[in-house]
Design a protein around this ligand. Sequence first.
Ligand SMILES: [Zn+2]
Length: 238
Amino acid sequence: MVKYEPLLEIARLDSETDDLLLQISLEKEKPLKMQADITEEENMLGKKRALLKKIKLRNKASETSHTQIQDRIKHIHMNMKTPGLAPKAYVAYESELENLEGENKKVEEEIFSDMQKIELLQKDIEKSAKVLEGRLKHLEEVKARSKEAVTALVKEKDNVLTARMQLVSKLSADEIAPYDRLRSSKKKKVLYATDTPACTACGMALPQSFVKQLAAGAEADNCPTCGMLVYWTGGEIL
Ligand SMILES: [Zn+2]
């Protein structure tokens, strides 16, 4: 059993500390989450740039082979005009020409399709890079705001801890020890009021004798089920 009256303000300050710690961790998370999103976007942009490079290289190779095919076609046309060309050779040229025309068509289609892809990708990359630039700028702002907010919250938390220390210094070790032991092991709210014969921390029914003892005095006691400190705020029990 421990007197609960002096613990009420301490418990209130502790709950304030818990809130502040939560706020501090949330504030710290804000820029981290944003940074993670941005890193993902940067990776995506890198992949798009690599793809663009690949398509450009392929396109260059297609252009080279297009030029080679064109040259070969021109060359064959010239050769076919050679006076006294054997009919067999003429037929062979004709057949090669046919193949070359087919190849030429294929290469031209590839070039056209790659040019379209290059244009789309370039536009996409340009847009993504702009968006990313804006987001990076925004991240710097968020980082600065978060740092400021964390500093203010830490200061507030320190003030609450100072106020708590001042209150604790007025108590004897016996008055604070049962509360502090629980608090340091549970790291959360450990003092609960109840006005019914049930523990407000765990919800379990409290034995009649236990409730009577609580109701008789100004002391809190550990719930037989969960161990939290419970005190009585209900009416008189006869
Ligand atoms: Zn309980």
